[in-house]
Design a protein around this ligand. Structure first.
Ligand code: 5RP
Length: 225
């Protein structure tokens, strides 16, 4: 089955979790695009009153264009539920995010949220995370020094670049270094080490953050709790 069809299936199911008057966090990525489309349909059909906090300029633009009311994270005092995509997730709900370079805002929104739901296609559910390169957002000043330290630690870093060779910049105008690790056997240790490095703004390890995972698969939607 086509990956996008599985993403769409999970995304459409996830909007069933939305209730009237919620403050809702909206993630980023191609799966979230499907979710925002489905959400806009529900908002219109049921005249739902929602406040949405977006994790990227892209998502905010899509939501606004579809008539979904958007507020900044600083303008809300809590978030009831956040629906986001992910790049990988294991059986213990430890995951990698940041394939869309939005993991800083995504983590801020997720850690403000009472509940977090991820929407993924079944290929993203793995035994051990790490095959997907781990994104690390770094400030541009001295980023080469941070990169060199990652090389020294054997973390196989690579600056993320656009097709024309420019460094990818996040919505906060930071750079992204992807770590090619293949397997992350001690995610908490790695997360702590990365957070301690000067120049690192945020990494894409999302540990103990998600409550449910909605998985699109050829057999239909599966809910992991
Ligand atoms: C963006 C993310 C995305 O949620 C993640 O990359 C999944 O993206 P997609 O739904 O396009 O596969 O973390 O920073």
């Amino acid at each position: 089955m086509d990956k996008n069809a599985m993403k769409k299936m999970a995304a459409e199911r996830s909007v069933d979790y939305v209730e009237d008057n919620m403050i809702l966090g909206l993630g980023t990525g191609s799966t979230v695009v499907y979710m925002v489309e489905a959400l806009a349909k529900r908002v219109k059909a049921e005249n739902l009153h929602l406040t949405c906090v977006c994790t990227s300029i892209r998502t905010a633009e899509q939501a606004t264009s579809l008539g979904i009311p958007v507020k900044a994270l600083n303008e809300v005092d809590h978030i009831d539920l956040t629906i986001d995509g992910a790049d990988e997730v294991d059986d213990n709900f430890q995951g990698i995010k940041g394939g869309g370079a939005a993991h800083l805002f995504e983590k801020l929104v997720a850690t403000t949220s009472t509940r977090n739901i991820w929407i993924v296609d079944e290929e993203k559910v793995v035994d051990t995370i790490g095959r997907f390169p781990l994104p690390v957002e770094v400030i541009p000043f001295g980023s080469q020094q941070v990169f060199n330290k990652f090389v020294k630690e054997g973390l196989n870093p690579e600056f993320r670049t656009t097709e024309d060779g420019q460094r990818v910049l996040t919505d906060s105008k930071n750079e992204v270094i992807d770590l090619h690790l293949e397997k992350i056997t001690h995610p908490h240790l790695l997360a702590t080490w990365l957070s301690e490095q000067v120049g690192v703004v945020e990494h894409g390890l999302f540990l103990d953050l998600v409550n449910e995972v909605v998985v699109g698969s050829p057999e239909g939607v599966k809910i992991l709790k």
